[in-house]
Design a binder for this molecule. Structure first.
Ligand code: GUN
Length: 293
């Protein structure tokens, strides 16, 4: 039996409609909508597109968003100043610094400026550290990894005691997702470009999260029968049959994986829609917390 599809689009829609109604309540009570401040430095087209998508999603959900778009040649001080401006703004409840930043900017120093109660991207070095420490709670968990966890939970299968393999160890996806799976009591292996016998490691996994950024890298015959397979990848491949001339594929070879897995996400329509939804959810949470202060 082919794998069941975990439909990120419908899960995201469900959560976004809950956010919309909660945002309406918040706005009525507080007299202003939950607000997200976005800092974008430079003109990387992919980053500009992500920021546009975040802005539109805020509008749809009844959140306010404000962007500080700085030129690529901005100084460290200018980037940090933009973050501090949002820290000081009572109508901004959450802050997102779009990554990657230009090479000359010290990313850690910039992220360190984000006020912890406003770190809705869960990306402040202290929050990532807390995620990895027993008995510590980050103020927020990062959007994509939180979306991955929700999609795994959507299967109704327990995570505790399962063997999980995370392929990729980036700061914004691979590492935090591995920490979150460990916090949910999975036994976690982090695999990366130097892993020997990656197919062998994947074969032992009940849960596979692929976040390597290589088109259709993980093959169906690497997988254990019945595994939960979450594809974080978003890669474009030339496709003369498509109007655009390309199509999006994940890090998993979908058709071969679907024949073996128990549950699988699609690209597009899997993790992608969850990322923005989790950002909206964290921004709403930050706004509500600010009312109780
Ligand atoms: N760039 C790509 N994904 C992300 C993300 O989740 N957060 C931030 N801040 N930048 C990104």
């Amino acid at each position: 039996m082919p794998a069941r599809i975990i439909d990120g689009r419908s899960v995201a829609q469900r959560i976004q409609s809950e956010i919309k109604s909660a945002a309406r309540d918040f706005t009525a009570q507080a007299g202003a909508a939950p607000g997200l401040g976005v800092v974008l430095v430079g003109d990387d087209p992919a980053s500009a597109m992500y920021v546009r998508m975040k802005r539109r999603a805020c509008e749809r959900a009844g959140l306010r968003s404000e962007a500080r778009i700085l030129p690529a040649a901005s100084s460290q001080a200018e980037v940090e100043c933009a973050v501090r401006g949002f820290n000081a703004d009572a109508n901004i409840h959450g802050i997102l610094v779009q990554l990657p930043l230009p090479d000359h900017i010290d990313e850690e120093a910039a992220l360190n400026e984000i006020s912890l109660p406003k770190d809705v991207d869960g990306i402040h070095p202290l929050n990532i550290g807390r995620l990895g420490m027993r008995g510590r709670e980050p103020t927020f968990t990062p959007a994509t990894p939180t979306g991955v966890m929700l999609l795994i939970e959507e299967t109704g299968e327990t995570i505790e005691g399962k063997r999980a393999v995370v392929i990729g160890r980036s700061n914004i996806v691979g590492l935090p997702v591995a920490l979150m799976l460990a916090n949910a009591n999975a036994t976690v292996t982090i695999c990366h470009s130097r892993t020997r016998d990656l197919p062998g490691a994947v074969k032992g996994a009940d849960i596979v999260v692929a976040a390597v950024g290589r088109a259709e890298y993980v093959k169906g015959d690497w997988l254990k029968a019945g595994a939960i397979v979450i594809d974080v990848g978003s890669n474009s491949l030339p496709d003369p049959d498509s109007e655009k001339g390309y199509r999006y594929v994940g890090d998993i070879e979908f058709e071969s994986a679907r024949a073996v897995a128990g549950y699988i996400t699609k690209v597009p329509g899997g993790v992608g829609p969850m990322t923005i939804t989790m950002l909206l959810s964290n921004t709403l949470k930050a706004a509500r917390r600010s009312l109780n202060e």
